[in-house]
Design a protein around this ligand. Structure first.
Ligand SMILES: NC(=O)c1ccc[n+]([C@@H]2O[C@H](COP(=O)([O-])OP(=O)(O)OC[C@H]3O[C@@H](n4cnc5c(N)ncnc54)[C@H](O)[C@@H]3O)[C@@H](O)[C@H]2O)c1
Length: 348
């Protein structure tokens, strides 16, 4: 491998851009190429990020021997296919959540990772979000005693991506898209729960707001750990005012609350409005709490830095980023869906 790590991004739109913003801050990596079906997207991306090479298919990009890493920012249904092809082509992989749309596909990714020995890095940013890392330190020190109950949610007003409307393309609705952050975070803390109760809206006309979306626009899951806390995860697309990421811990000796998206020191009142406040906020007029270093506080920067350290061999991969974690997080989500369908608790 050359001294600077060469990244090939597949999918150059929303996630491709925030990954691009973060790769640009790394001292040891460059965005070497992008692949996207859409020519306009490729042209815009190349201009914005000064990328030299572009491909219309990921297959063409995989045959470029100079690329070290494939960064998958594609719609969910392509995650497994591209991860498998990339590892078989000798590339390391960093992949956006979820690992796949089906458990079978996620298992195939895990098998190919073992067979090829390539790094498969499941990119769950909550594992690296600085406030959550600090929260974990305080909990591990015994600061709030024994944990009794934890809550984690990500909610906003709906995905911008056309692929998010169709279950075939994304594997579900708000729960697989947003709830998987909390599912992965709590899996990393506590392992697999013993049982799950899930309740979701029914999709289409059965949704609260998003009547054209096949997946649910609201869902919760209660995860029971026989020898640990009760955990509530929540996801919805019915939240106005910007993306709301909240994690709370209730212990025998204290309480710990993390507000990942609005918990910053900046408060603005604006009559005129301004360009941007926080992800998915639809206005910047009136009182707002604009994000400060949004990508860093959500964990993307430390996530990508850790991935590059793993590729360079200077760091061992954190458990919360492995193929096994991606697979088990997806199992939690699918069990929540099963419980909702069967209207009963499901044991794991
Ligand atoms: N970690 C997070 O918080 C977070 C946030 C947003 C999105 N994501 C994830 O990122 C992924 C992408 O989401 P997005 O919002 O950027 O989607 P998007 O729809 O904005 O972009 C997807 C891009 O992929 C391209 N594409 C589709 N099929 C392709 C193919 N076969 N070959 C090449 N390019 C193809 C499209 O042209 C588009 O440019 C999703 O899996 C989503 O779950 C994660």
């Amino acid at each position: 491998m050359s001294t600077r790590i060469k990244i090939g991004i597949v999918g150059a739109k929303f996630a491709g851009e925030f990954h691009g913003d973060m790769w640009k801050t790394m001292h040891n990596a460059d965005i070497y190429a992008i692949a996207d079906l859409d020519e306009k997207t490729r042209t815009a991306y190349k201009g914005k990020y000064s990328v030299g090479k572009d491909y219309d298919t990921y297959q063409k990009m995989l045959s470029d021997p100079d690329i070290d890493v494939i960064d998958i920012c594609l719609p969910n249904f392509l995650h497994a296919e591209v991860a498998i092809a990339a590892m078989e082509a000798g590339k390391h992989v960093i992949c956006e959540k979820p690992m796949a749309t089906t458990i079978e596909d996620a298992e195939k990714v895990a098998t190919v990772q073992k067979k090829t020995g390539r790094i498969y890095f499941y990119a769950e940013d909550w594992i690296f979000a600085p406030a959550l890392v600090r929260a974990k330190e305080i909990i591990d020190e015994g600061g709030i005693g024994t944990l009794l109950y934890c809550k984690g949610k990500e909610t906003h007003n709906g995905s911008h991506s056309p692929f998010a409307q169709t279950i075939k393309f994304c594997g579900g609705g708000a729960v697989v898209h947003l709830g998987i952050h909390a599912a992965t975070f709590f899996y990393d803390l506590f392992g697999m729960p013993d049982s799950i109760v899930g309740v979701c809206t029914d999709g289409l006309d059965g949704n609260f707001v998003h009547k054209k979306m096949e997946g649910e626009d609201w869902g919760i899951g209660i995860l029971t750990y026989t020898n640990g806390p009760r955990v509530l995860i929540e996801a919805n697309y019915i939240t106005t005012g910007g993306m709301d990421d909240i994690v709370e811990f209730y212990g025998t000796e204290g309480v710990l609350k993390v507000d990942m998206t609005f918990g910053n020191p900046l408060t603005v009142y604006s009559r005129n409005g301004f360009k941007y406040a926080v992800e998915k906020a639809d206005t910047t007029k009136g009182w707002t709490k604009p994000a400060v270093n949004e990508h860093e506080s959500l964990g993307y920067k430390d996530e990508m830095k850790h991935f590059l350290d793993c590729v360079e061999g200077s760091s061992a991969q954190q458990p919360g980023t492995t193929a096994e974690t991606g697979l088990n997080a997806l199992k939690i989500i699918h069990t929540l869906y099963q419980s909702n369908k069967e209207k009963k608790a499901v044991d794991l």
